[in-house]
Structures are given as C-alpha cells and as structure tokens.
Design a protein around this ligand. Structure first.
Ligand SMILES: Cc1ncc(COP(=O)(O)O)c(C=O)c1O
Length: 361
C-alpha cells in the first residue's frame, strides 16, 4: 500500500445485527483525500425513513450504496438498488461496469417490484415505519424482562454510533442453549422463524409486515423456553469461542484469484492445518465464509467450524459439507491467458464478525 492511493473505502453498514458505522466521519476523511466511500447497505434500505432510525449511507456522504431492497422493504427476492451521489465516482463508468455484469434480459417482475417498494415508501415517508418501530420497542422491553435472556443493545458496544432498532438480537447462553437449539425449539413449538441464527443468539427482523400478534407469539415462545430451560447460574453457554472469533487474525497466503486457478487436492481434516485453503467454507447460518481460497487454515478457524457444524450449522461452499475433508492448494498455477493487473487497493472495513465484549453472538 505504501506510496499507492486507495481507490475506495468499502464498508458494510449496517451489519446483519444492525450495527451502524460512523459513515459521516469515514466519508469526510476519505473525501478529504479524494477517496470515495462505497457502502454495502444490504440491510439498510429503510434507514432514514423514521426520526429514530439511523441516517442512510447517502445521507452520511457515501458515494455509492448498494441496498438489498428485498431484505427490509417489500420488493421481490433478488431485487436490489445501487444508489449514487456526488461526482467523485464517474457514473458513466459505473454504467459500463454494470453492463459487463448484467443480463441483457432484465426481469420486469423484479423491476416492477422495486418500483412498487419505492412507491410504498414515497407515499408516507415520515410515518411508514411508525408501527414497526412501536412494535420493536415493545418487543425489546418485554423480552428484556424475561430472566435468563440477553438483549443486544447500544450498551453492549461502545465504538459504534447507532444500531438499527428494527433488528432484535437475543442471547440464550444463560439458558445453556445454542442459537441453533433455540431456533429449533421456537420454530417447532411456536412457529417462530428468525432471520439469523448465531452460535449463541438469534436475530429477528421487525418490518412493515410485523403485527402485534407476531410480537406476542415471540414473547410467549421465549417465556416458554425459559420455563423449560432454567437459567444456569453464571451460565455462559457451551460455546466459548465467541470472544475470540477466528476472523480477527486471518492470514492470506495468496490472493483468492490465484488460489482459485491453482492446482488443488482434497485432504482429511486432520492434515489441513497450516495449508492454504482452496475453497470457500461458509457455515449457514449466518452464510459468511470462515475460510476463503488463499487463506491459511488455522486451528482457531477449524475449531470454530467444527463447533458450529456440531451445533447444527450447514456448511455451504465446501466440497465436503460434513467437513471430514477440505480442498487445499498444492501448486500455484496461473493460466497464461490471463494477464495480471495490479489495481489500486481498496480499503475494506468489515465489522460483520466484530466481537462485542458484553454480548456473545
Ligand atoms: C452484508 C450483506 N451484503 C450483501 C448481501 C447479499 O445480498 P443479496 O442477497 O441481496 O445479494 C448480504 C446477504 O445476506 C449481506 O448480509
């Protein structure tokens, strides 16, 4: 990086759990060096549409923001929007880049649903989230009263300016239950479907379709869970790795592209420690890779993967979803038809796996 200017800063905000970064400060700093801010705002298409919701990325000076409109608003699955503001990024160049990625046969069903979601917001932009906000505060208040249950809120972290009030992350570790176990019971016995399962917590989304009945069912389901699983004194849950996630100190041996094109072989899990990973290994939920091609396989990452597999996570991406074996890189082979370019570096800030001292995800 020395002597080279960053092409952009890329950041995910909010995270899946609704944690928002200080984009206003980050964009100001970047812009003072002529560097644009690109935000993965997949979970934030609703931000800015209520006085108590955090400001959106564009409101905070981002140059590009990608939103999964389908996640929080009411468009069809797969539909999303790319928003641009300002003149640091060349819009014609963005258009040309999109042409290389997009189909020449767009789905008018998806486009119409995006337009409907936009119209729905623009009819009542100041009040549309009133009911959802009211229900979210009510749910948080009622759930916080239940002994043995932890609710993730602003007090659980100090370095971030805001949290999306419509994301509700609930910890079950004091009951000795993993997120997977709590999810199974809530779904089977109460018909409650969460948005995201963590090793020790569940995240729920309250949105335009949520009703008071849903909140009552959630609260009574959690109360029932605490009735059948008494809090363990000083309970910390069975998974103890959450304070030191394997994601904090990753080591890349080669860039993912080189690892993708390299020769590979499958080895048993016992033989892969210290080798260069040749595939994506991505437990779902939450669906975020723990190892990617080119990354050195550490014991921390392996311990984490085996723990979450044993707890009930499905391992996606891996050629062996049971994780008895892993594909590793054996030789570095670049096909000659591809020329290697050295683009300007992009600074990537990812808080998806940041750990927060007083909350175990
Ligand atoms: C932070 C983040 N960015 C991007 C995506 C991908 O969004 P989409 O499913 O709309 O492609 C996800 C999916 O969950 C996500 O969590």
């Amino acid at each position: 990086m020395e002597g080279r200017k960053a092409a952009a800063v890329f950041i995910t905000s909010p995270t899946y759990h609704g944690i928002c970064s200080n984009l206003a400060e980050i964009s100001k700093l970047g812009h003072s060096h002529g560097i644009p801010l690109i935000v993965d705002e997949a979970h934030g298409a609703h931000l800015g549409f209520h006085p108590q919701l955090p400001n959106s990325a564009l409101q905070q000076g981002a140059d590009l923001a990608v939103q999964s409109t389908h996640k929080v608003l009411c468009s069809l699955t797969q539909s999303s929007m790319l928003h641009m503001l300002g003149n640091i990024v060349d819009s014609e160049r963005i258009g040309r880049c999109l042409q290389t990625l997009q189909s020449t046969s767009p789905s008018f069903l998806l486009l119409a649903s995006l337009d409907a979601a936009r119209a729905q917001l623009s009819e009542n932009p100041d009040t549309i989230f009133n009911k959802a906000m009211e229900l979210a505060f009510e749910a948080k208040h009622l759930i916080k009263e239940i002994p043995g249950i932890s609710v993730f809120d602003l007090a659980s972290f100090s370095n971030f300016p805001a949290i999306d009030p419509l994301r509700l992350t609930i910890g079950f570790w004091q009951l000795g239950l993993s997120g997977y176990e709590a999810d199974e019971i809530l779904c089977r016995d109460h018909g409650i479907t969460c948005e995201l399962v963590g090793t020790q917590s569940l995240t729920f989304v309250i949105n335009l379709g949520t009703s008071r009945d849903h909140i009552q069912r959630l609260v009574s389901g959690i109360k029932h869970l605490t009735g059948t699983h008494a809090p363990i004194h000083g309970g910390k849950g069975r998974l103890q790795h959450s304070g030191c996630t394997p994601f904090a100190d990753i080591k890349m041996s080669m860039i993912p592209r080189d690892a993708f094109f390299a020769s590979k072989k499958k080895v048993s899990i016992a033989e892969c420690l210290g080798e260069v990973c040749g595939e994506f290994i991505c437990p779902f939920p939450p669906g975020i890779p723990v190892l990617i091609p080119g990354e050195i396989i550490t014991d921390k990452a392996l311990d984490y993967l085996l723990d979450v597999r044993n707890e009930g996570a499905v391992i996606t991406g891996a050629s062996d979803p049971l994780l008895t074996s892993i594909v590793i890189v054996v030789a570095h082979a670049m096909p000659p038809i591809f020329c290697r370019l050295t683009p300007s570096p992009v600074i990537i800030i990812n808080h998806q796996h940041t750990s927060y001292p007083s909350f175990n995800f």
